[in-house]
Design a protein around this ligand. Structure first.
Ligand code: PEP
Length: 251
């Protein structure tokens, strides 16, 4: 049995208004209220954070941002900083999601800057890595995971790194209904963990939680999470409904 506490995070992407978020929380909390085995995190759009923080106050459910910038404040129209997320009640932040990499120019270098800033402000970062379908088909999965992990972690001091969470999200499995088999995911997690050991040392690597993301559903959550190498899940589509997300939390 791994000593790593599983983390199950909901990525709502660009779905839900503040009132829809409150409705979700009202329905969701009673379904998971006694659950202490896992760390449960909801990552709503920025405009919903206040509603979700208010609704989850005093509960076992944490709140995270879906992105942030590395500067603390300034003339950066449209951006949100780590101190702002903290001030709103966030404890976690997703960094480098593949949709940010694909559509908004996120690179390994910007993910790295954001990671430094998140750690400085004591947000728990969930750093996403994962290969495209073309990269998997070209036999480049390992190369991509090693590069994204090494560059993402560049310059991070080992004594600050214990809170870092990595999410392995094969891009071909996100929102497609295709899931990596538990064995494929476990193999990718092993590759990532070995790179973490090279970057930050064996002790940090052994303690680091590596989540799987990509079409996790109530039906496949148990099989994935039973893999020794898989320390939880980052869930998109199936996290939008309180009942389906609670079934994943209760796998
Ligand atoms: C995600 O958004 O991180 C994700 C994994 O989405 P989905 O579960 O819908 O594939």
């Amino acid at each position: 049995m791994s000593a790593r506490k599983p983390l199950i995070a909901a990525n709502w992407k660009m779905y839900k208004t503040p009132s829809q978020s409150s409705e979700f929380v009202t329905a969701f909390l009673p379904l998971v209220q006694d659950r202490t085995r896992d760390e449960i995190v909801l990552c709503p759009p920025f405009v919903d954070i206040s509603a979700v923080v208010a609704g989850t106050r005093g509960s076992n459910v944490h709140v995270g941002g879906q992105n942030m910038v590395w500067q603390e404040e300034g003339a950066f129209t449209g951006e949100i900083s780590a101190p702002m997320l903290i001030a709103c009640g966030c404890t976690h932040v997703i960094l480098g999601h593949s949709e940010r990499r694909q559509f908004f120019g996120e690179t390994d270098e910007t993910v790295n800057k954001k990671l430094h800033a998140a750690l400085k402000h004591k947000l728990t970062p969930i750093v996403c890595v994962g290969e495209l379908l073309a990269e998997r088909e070209a036999g480049k999965t390992e190369e991509v995971l090693l590069r994204q992990t090494a560059k993402g972690l560049a310059g991070i001091a080992a004594d600050l790194a214990h809170s870092i969470v990595i999410a392995y999200e094969p891009v071909w499995a996100i929102g497609t209904g295709k899931t990596a088999t538990p064995e494929m995911a476990a193999e990718a997690h092993h590759i990532i963990r070995e790179q973490v050991a090279r970057s930050l040392g064996r002790e940090i690597a052994d303690g680091m939680r590596i989540l799987y993301g990509g079409s996790v559903k109530p039906e496949n959550a148990g099989a994935l999470m039973r893999q020794e190498e898989i320390d939880g899940a980052l869930v998109g589509g199936a996290s939008l409904d309180p009942h389906s997300f609670s079934k994943i939390v209760l796998y």
